[in-house]
Design a protein around this ligand. Structure first.
Ligand code: BG6
Length: 494
């Protein structure tokens, strides 16, 4: 195929998050965030994602009195805070049109509830955006990516409290106004649907503080409602500041297949997909789906929802839907004795038609096209893929090379499907691969689960030179971008 399936202005790029890349956790006035509490746990099975993510009050107490930067790996990241110029030059060389980053709330408001922002934090992101623009890279900014101020968890109960909405929108008001002339594309909450999978990191809820499972569930629904409200207010702030800027929702897209054509399996899969869409339904349609309201009623959940909030949800919906895609899932009405696999804290029945990564995540390129068509048909607004990639072990050879043919194959197969989805009528603004440079894993807080086109010489124990090396996939992705995707297709790929 010589013709590309991608539009001329397609935003090719990569994605990182502040808490996994910047490091400098206590530099220039930055406060402590929930990410600074996450520990690398070498003795827990890497596939036991839930145990890897889990944080208790005792863990928080320990973290607050510790200066450790080995096991609290997100405290060091890849030192992007000091090395961003070098990294952006490499992204520029790759030909990136965009880079997704996040702003660390704790650099701007260290505790979250201050009246005035931290000037050094503001200056850092000005410099960062200037440098991106210098390299021809359009910033795509997530306002909250698993890095809320720890103080707000302890003093206010996290997002369960409406005060946190006020504090968050004070922060969004500052950054939206500050960076209005430099940033056009914004996202509110990373993977907003992940609140039930890891509530501490997303909404600052420690489940064990609640009397039982239902009480914790009620609190999490309150917290996510408050995030919807905060998202609508941030959207209003953006539109008032720059009507041409675009706000996106961000969903973990996990399309669930039924295990068989037994209607009971279809029903199980439908339930999972409906729950996955609940979050984007609210942010795009501006209304709560009835099934969620019924669920609250049946369980006697008392969620504090005001008329004014509902009016804002309806008025300030998002402009586009961004999403992460790593895998599809399989559900069955009868899971006993079935092999269960996971990834990104989701669990499902093993799909016998799919391969897996080194970390047990199932690989389903066609599932990406299926998901894109499904989302676009549902909402009819532009999509953007803001995370996709393969976390694997890499080997740096003595001559400074990484031969990551498995990564090239992964991206090739997924990107081909993105092209096919576009060809099938889906409007897609861009694609940013996850962890375009190796960074600390969100789930396991380790370095050796690598996603990048650029290898960072640092191991799980914070040992290494931090030197950057181009992997084989670097040259490959560069060609994809240069040809606007045409190089993805060869003979027989049409
Ligand atoms: C997404 C997150 O869920 O998955 C990223 O938004 C994360 O922050 C990515 O890094 C991959 O997960 P992990 O645990 O392999 O880093």
């Amino acid at each position: 195929m010589t013709k590309t399936l991608f539009p001329d202005n397609f935003l090719w790029g990569g994605a990182i998050a502040a808490n996994q890349a910047e490091g400098a956790w206590n530099v220039d006035g930055k406060g402590m965030s929930v990410a600074d509490v996450a520990k690398f746990k070498p003795n827990i099975d890497k596939k036991d994602y839930k145990a890897q993510w889990h944080v208790s009050q005792a863990d928080i107490d320990e973290a607050k009195t510790s200066d450790d930067e080995v096991y609290y790996a997100k405290r060091h990241g890849i030192d992007f805070y000091h090395r961003y110029k070098e990294d952006l030059a490499l992204f520029g060389e790759l030909g990136f049109k965009t880079l997704r980053i996040s702003i660390a709330w704790t650099r701007i408001f260290p505790n979250g509830d201050e009246e005035k922002p931290n000037e050094k934090g503001i200056a850092f992101y000005h410099d960062l955006f200037d440098e991106m623009l210098k390299n021809g890279i359009e910033p795509l900014v997530t306002l909250s990516h698993y890095e809320m101020p720890l103080h707000l968890v302890e003093a206010y109960d996290g997002w369960v409290s409406k005060d946190v909405v006020t504090f968050f929108n004070r922060y969004t008001d500052v950054v939206i106004k500050e960076y209005a002339s430099k940033v056009k594309y914004w996202l509110t909450f990373n993977e907003i649907d992940s609140v039930f999978r890891h509530p501490f990191t997303t909404v600052g809820v420690l489940e064990e503080k609640y009397s039982d499972k239902l009480a914790a569930e009620e609190a999490i629904y309150q917290a996510v409602h408050n995030q919807f409200v905060a998202s609508s207010i941030a959207t209003r702030q953006l539109k008032e500041t720059n009507p041409d800027a675009l706000m996106g929702a961000m969903l973990t897209k996990t399309t669930t297949y039924p295990e068989t054509c037994n209607p009971l399996d279809i029903e199980a899969a439908q339930k999972a997909n409906r729950q996955n869409y609940f979050y984007s339904d609210v942010q795009i349609r501006g209304k709560y789906p009835k099934h969620v309201l019924n669920h609250w009623k049946k369980n006697n959940f008392k969620i504090d929802v005001t008329e004014e909030e509902l009016a804002n949800l309806e008025k300030y919906t998002v402009d586009f839907l961004s999403f992460s895609y790593y895998m599809s899932m399989v559900d069955s009405h009868e899971k006993a004795n079935k092999e269960i696999v996971g990834g990104n804290l989701n669990q499902g029945v093993r799909n016998p038609y799919l391969d897996m990564t080194d970390f047990g995540w199932q690989i389903d390129p066609l599932g990406l096209k299926i998901s894109m068509i499904d989302m676009y048909d549902r909402y009819q607004i532009p999509l953007m893929i803001v995370e996709n990639g393969i976390g694997n072990f890499d080997t740096l050879t003595e001559d400074g090379k990484v031969h990551d043919s498995y990564r090239i194959e992964y991206f090739k197969q997924h990107l081909q499907q993105v092209g096919y989805a576009i060809d099938d009528g889906v409007e897609c603004l861009g694609y940013t691969s996850w962890g375009c440079i190796d960074l600390v894993s969100a789930g396991t807080s380790q370095m050796d689960k690598r996603y990048g086109f650029i290898y960072v010489d640092l191991n799980d124990y914070n040992e290494g030179t931090l030197k950057r090396y181009k992997k084989d996939s670097f040259d490959w992705y560069q060609e994809v971008i240069t040809t606007n995707g045409a190089s993805l297709y060869g003979e027989g790929d049409e």
